[in-house]
Design a binder for this molecule. Structure first.
Ligand SMILES: Nc1ncnc2c1ncn2[C@@H]1O[C@H](COP(=O)(O)OP(=O)(O)OP(=O)(O)O)[C@@H](O)[C@H]1O
Length: 407
């Protein structure tokens, strides 16, 4: 097996381009059953996620198997137009990571398409995070308030004061309460009792009431590290969750996984897989995602961002990624973002090199500084995505009246 993201002097790398005529001989399957995860010469193979197979240059035949290194942390992007297989590919990664030792996939699922991962031992949760996970200065933006406005600054101050108070309480009791978080109700009380104009207090309280209605904040929520504690895939079901609330969850989870690794509270290497990632950059989740992109690998946190709008991602998402998976793209702005990677490894007209079939992708591997065309393997667990087709409905298959034009 050819292993993306792993230096060619590691055990599995065949080093071939496009896989034609190469089999590499690694043969590992998603890392399942491979003991250990260090690959440092103790005789065990490092965990590998099977991604698919090379698409040979003749366009039809399948080449050697291709995997992704799961022994070390990575940053990756998965690009593609709607319906080209991005979520499916993310699911393939999650399945593989679920079977690999020493890692834990956490999937951000804004469209509710990953619940099939239950069949891989996964759990689907409606995430709850502590209000304290969002720093005071981010609250006005989270609530749609101008930080310079009366209500915006009031909320900012209320959160800062509440965090100070809980820090003081924790210090006084010298207990394990440093994770204490104010509840949204407590924050509302603070703004209601504040020494501020009545209109500002009312507006701030109303916005906090709205945040409470999102049902994502809970002062007693479990520490984020628990999501990745046992290695089973965790799917954060954000379908139907308002964008701001989903962003708060992504910020809290992204930062929480990072901090847990820094603090030594998480033994496994977490992988945060973010679908529809363009919706999380530029807002409340942005700083946490950028931290993972630029500094996540040092403590061992991986981030993979999938999007149909690469042009809406910041350049740093591409420049910091060591793995780029590109399904079909056509919009110029999106191809431009891809061209930032092209400068290093690819030559010629990028658009013409992108595969056209669903499930096929061009993969740019930073570790070996090569680009390959790959057919992503089929999922073992059900995939919930795909555009609904009228022809696939019961009404179309039961010989119903609409099979012919009645006129
Ligand atoms: N590697 C693959 N092997 C087999 N079928 C695939 C593969 N990739 C995608 N498909 C099929 O294509 C459909 C669309 O894929 P997917 O839902 O991943 O698209 P998407 O790019 O995420 O689209 P959207 O942007 O609408 O979410 C899937 O439901 C599946 O049937």
């Amino acid at each position: 097996m050819y292993v993306l993201g792993r230096d060619s002097d590691s055990d599995d790398g065949s080093g071939s381009d496009d896989g034609s005529g190469s089999d590499g001989g690694g043969g590992s399957d998603d890392g399942g059953g491979q003991p250990g995860s260090n690959g440092d010469g103790d005789g065990v193979r490092p965990p590998t996620v099977r991604l698919g197979s090379f698409l040979a240059r003749d366009g039809g035949s399948a080449g050697a198997e291709v995997g992704l290194d799961a022994d070390g942390p990575h940053a990756g992007v998965v690009f593609g137009k709607r319906g080209t297989g991005k979520s499916y590919t993310l699911g393939v990664l999650a399945e593989g990571l679920a079977a690999a030792r020493g890692v834990a996939p956490v999937v951000v699922d804004p469209m509710g398409v990953f619940d099939g991962l239950r069949a891989a031992g996964g759990r689907v949760v409606e995430p709850r995070v502590r209000p304290a996970a969002i720093p005071p200065e981010a609250w006005p933006d989270l609530l749609g308030l101008d930080p310079a406005s009366g209500p915006g600054s009031l909320v900012w101050r209320a959160v800062a004061d509440a965090l100070d108070a809980s820090d003081t309480a924790a210090a006084r009791e010298d207990s394990e309460r440093s994770g204490d978080s104010p509840s949204i109700a407590a924050l509302r009380e603070r703004v209601t009792d504040a020494d501020a104009p009545a209109a500002d207090r009312r507006a701030a309280a109303n916005h906090l009431r709205l945040a409470a209605s999102w049902d994502v904040f809970d002062a007693d929520a479990s520490p984020v590290a628990r999501l990745a504690g046992d290695g089973a895939p965790t799917v954060l079901d954000l379908a139907g969750t308002p964008e701001a609330a989903a962003a708060a969850v992504v910020r809290a989870v992204g930062r929480g996984l990072y901090d847990a690794r820094i603090d030594g509270d998480l033994g496994r290497l977490p992988w945060l897989l973010v679908d529809e990632a363009h919706t999380f950059f530029g807002g409340v989740a942005d700083p946490a995602l950028r931290t993972l992109l630029t500094r996540g690998r040092a403590p061992g946190v991986s981030l993979v961002c999938a999007t149909q709008r690469p042009g809406a991602l910041p350049s740093v998402a591409v420049s910091q990624s060591d793995l780029l998976v590109a399904h079909r793209l056509t919009a110029e702005r999106d191809l431009d973002r891809l061209a930032e990677a092209e400068a290093t490894y690819l030559s010629g007209d990028l658009a013409s090199r992108l595969p056209t079939e669903t499930g096929e992708a061009m993969v740019v591997d930073d570790a070996t500084e090569t680009a390959h065309t790959v057919r992503v393997r089929e999922r073992r667990t059900p995939h919930g995505g795909g555009s609904p087709r009228a022809s696939g409905t019961a009404a179309a298959t039961d010989g119903g009246a609409k099979s012919e034009d009645p006129r």
